[in-house]
Ligand binder design. Structure first.
Ligand SMILES: *[C@@H]1O[C@H](CO)[C@@H](O)[C@H](O)[C@H]1NC(C)=O
Ligand SMILES: *[C@@H]1O[C@H](CO)[C@@H](O)[C@H](O)[C@H]1NC(C)=O
Ligand SMILES: *[C@@H]1O[C@H](CO)[C@@H](O)[C@H](O)[C@H]1NC(C)=O
Ligand SMILES: *[C@@H]1O[C@H](CO)[C@@H](O)[C@H](O)[C@H]1NC(C)=O
Ligand SMILES: *[C@@H]1O[C@H](CO)[C@@H](O)[C@H](O)[C@H]1NC(C)=O
Ligand SMILES: [Cu+2]
Length: 586
């Protein structure tokens, strides 16, 4: 029997079954881009104050000693006000209770060396509030409900607590995916202090679940190490900024297109979600009154696909002190910081450094979308938030120290025991030219692991980006530093060869990687878990499968099932299906 015919018939049946099981409601009437932009444009900027999310302490203090605790953090459907003039929006959000749940969720504060166990509880209803697509590899429960599984992004923890996309569960753990492990995840918090974030990671639903609000920040602190640095500290002066773009209907509902770009292949999936409204900590274009002094901001990009090229309207620099979960060795002053999806930057802004004494400073964005060759941001997405500067009431004892933290691991390519090619492909439908899916190394997530590094190893990964977009590559567990990127010459010929052989070495990648060498910005030279992979370039990264701060092996069995993954962090790509297993071995 011809494969294609069986495929089509089976797909049609699957679609019907999926629709029934998921209780899919009829899609909302189509709405034009103009209508969405009008809604966004009607929202006056800088009228809502930037909120701080509730803090949840991931430890307790008994007789002066920090001890472990267990937390239950739920996922709830509730209403959230994104803007003074926008009706409340139905969201899926994290919280210790439905009442206290927020968009983004509470900021979990952990201490280095104090393990934290969390039971992530799914209290979500039968139906999703956003459209999804049954034709991408996706979790489809037989008895309804919204599959979720929570990944701590940037966390160094055992595979059982890593949230395999196949480890999903529905409300009350009624139904679980094939690689489900345990209801309670344990985070040893052995890594050095920094900012992480937690978010949903369910198979094929990550883009919709995050869009709905299933994300939050997680900070690991170590006062003994961080206090001497003298950086701005305390609730008021050390803040998390979670950036996310969203589009809304006039009635406040979140908008996600329910028609795919290539609907006869994928009825709903689109390669990138871009929203017209920029939200920070769950408010559209908020403002924050600040004193004329130093502040530390941990900026997390929680957009599905939007990159941000951030700067301050009065030209004040960011003193970048860290990126992802790591400090830099020394602060780097930068007037522009490009934040890839799910990347984070830890910056100090010194509002007293402004000679013009402007009373207001805007945080602005100049990143094209898709990055780097797409549209320039318009009037709306070029603005992020506003700082309203007031005189300082107390003396500022903080500083930006000359030196920050140094880690044991060095960025030495010669230490690598193995070189791997990681090739990023985007596939088009020959007939319509529309994108159909994206794969790494031409393989699916379900295909056996090919990246099987040894615990303790250093490897060099040559990431070959054959697509037209920049992709934020994210590794679970491991961290890496890009050392250079080189442009591919004879790209068309190389692409044709790769389409035929899917073998970078045989297609002479090193001869093709002869274009201009692009350096890595100084403020990204630290151990990162997300790296921006430029299109048409080969990016060389040194990857460490060990604790970079001490050089030691992980204090748990990193080779256990169900293993880890690495993937593109553009969520729409991750879901279809730029994601591969990462299986450590001894
Ligand atoms: C909001 O408007 C959209 C588009 O008209 C509609 O599909 C949706 O049901 C509305 N939502 C609510 C909560 O009224
Ligand atoms: C939704 O997607 C379809 C298919 O790509 C497109 O024609 C339409 O313009 C999109 N709608 C919006 C509001 O972007
Ligand atoms: C960010 O914006 C600045 C100013 O427009 C520009 O000089 C810089 O090249 C941009 N960065 C990237 C990576 O596009
Ligand atoms: C935020 O992260 C997403 C996913 O990695 C990325 O696609 C997007 O471009 C990033 N946005 C900004 C503003 O950095
Ligand atoms: C790779 O380069 C070698 C030497 O230049 C050449 O003989 C070979 O044909 C090339 N391979 C491909 C697939 O182009
Ligand atoms: Cu991608």
């Amino acid at each position: 029997m011809p494969d294609g015919m069986l495929g089509k018939a089976a797909l049609a049946v699957l679609l019907v079954l999926a629709g029934l099981a998921a209780g899919t409601r009829p899609p909302p009437p189509p709405v034009s881009e103009d209508t969405l932009e009008k809604v966004a444009g009607s929202l006056e900027m800088y009228v809502d104050r930037l909120p701080q999310m509730p803090k949840v302490r991931g430890y307790s203090v008994e007789r002066g000693r920090a001890t472990p605790v267990h937390l239950a953090v739920g996922m709830y459907q509730k209403k959230w006000k994104f803007h003074r003039d926008l009706p409340a929006t139905t969201v899926f959000v994290f919280g210790e209770s439905a009442e206290s749940a927020t968009f983004p969720g509470p900021t979990i504060e952990a201490l280095q060396g104090v393990p934290l166990s969390v039971t992530w509880e799914n209290h979500l209803p039968e139906n999703h509030i956003l459209p999804w697509d049954p034709t991408v590899p996706v979790a489809i429960p037989r008895h309804g409900g919204v599959p979720t599984v929570v990944h701590l992004h940037g966390g160094v923890h055992p595979p059982q607590s890593d949230a395999s996309a196949f480890a999903w569960f529905t409300a009350g753990f009624r139904e679980t995916g094939a690689k489900w492990t345990t209801p309670t995840y344990v985070y040893p918090n052995v890594q050095s202090p920094g900012v992480l974030w937690y978010h949903d990671h369910a198979l094929g639903l990550t883009r919709a679940n995050l869009l709905a609000g299933l994300l939050g920040a997680y900070v690991i602190r170590n006062p003994a190490v961080e206090w001497p640095l003298g950086l701005p500290c305390g609730d008021e002066f050390d803040r998390v900024l979670v950036l996310a773009d969203r589009s809304f209907y006039a009635n406040g509902s979140l908008y996600m297109n329910s028609t795919g770009d290539n609907p006869h292949v994928h009825p709903q999936w689109q390669p990138e979600y871009f929203g017209d409204v920029i939200t920070v900590n769950g408010k559209a274009w908020p403002f924050l009154p600040v004193a004329r002094r130093r502040y530390r901001f941990r900026v997390i990009n929680a957009s599905n696909a939007r990159y941000f090229n951030l700067s301050l309207s009065n030209g004040l620099p960011f003193h970048v002190v860290g990126s992802d979960t790591s400090y830099l060795a020394r602060p780097v002053a930068a007037t522009h910081v490009v934040v890839g999806v799910s990347e984070s930057f830890d910056v100090v802004i010194d509002f007293s450094d402004d000679e013009s004494n402007t009373p207001e400073v805007e945080l602005v964005n100049t990143a094209p979308y898709p990055f780097p060759d797409g549209n320039a941001p318009g009037r709306l997405s070029s603005k992020v938030m506003k700082f309203v500067i007031e005189p300082a009431k107390t003396r500022d004892h903080s500083r930006v120290p000359a030196r920050l933290l140094e880690y044991h691991a060095k960025v030495a390519e010669e230490e690598a025991t193995r070189k791997r090619y990681i090739v990023m492909y985007e596939y088009d439908d020959g007939a319509t030219g529309g994108p159909t899916h994206l794969y790494i190394n031409g393989k699916r997530l379900e295909d056996p692991a090919t990246e099987t590094p040894r615990v303790g190893a250093t490897e060099v990964w040559e990431v070959v980006n054959l697509t037209p977009d920049d992709h934020p590559l994210h590794l679970h567990l491991a961290t890496f530093q890009a050392v250079r990127a080189r442009g591919l010459v004879g790209l068309d010929e190389f692409r044709r060869c790769m389409a035929r052989l899917n073998d970078a070495a045989r297609c002479n990648v090193s001869q093709h990687a002869a274009g201009d060498a692009v350096g890595v910005p100084e403020h990204e030279r630290t151990w990162k878990n997300v790296g921006k992979m430029a299109p048409g370039h080969v990016t060389t990264a040194v990857v460490k499968f060990l604790m970079v701060d001490t050089g030691e092996d992980y204090p748990f069995d990193a080779t256990a099932e169900p293993g880890y993954v690495y993937h593109c962090h553009i969520l729409d790509h991750e879901d279809n299906a730029m994601i591969r297993p990462l299986k450590l071995i001894r």
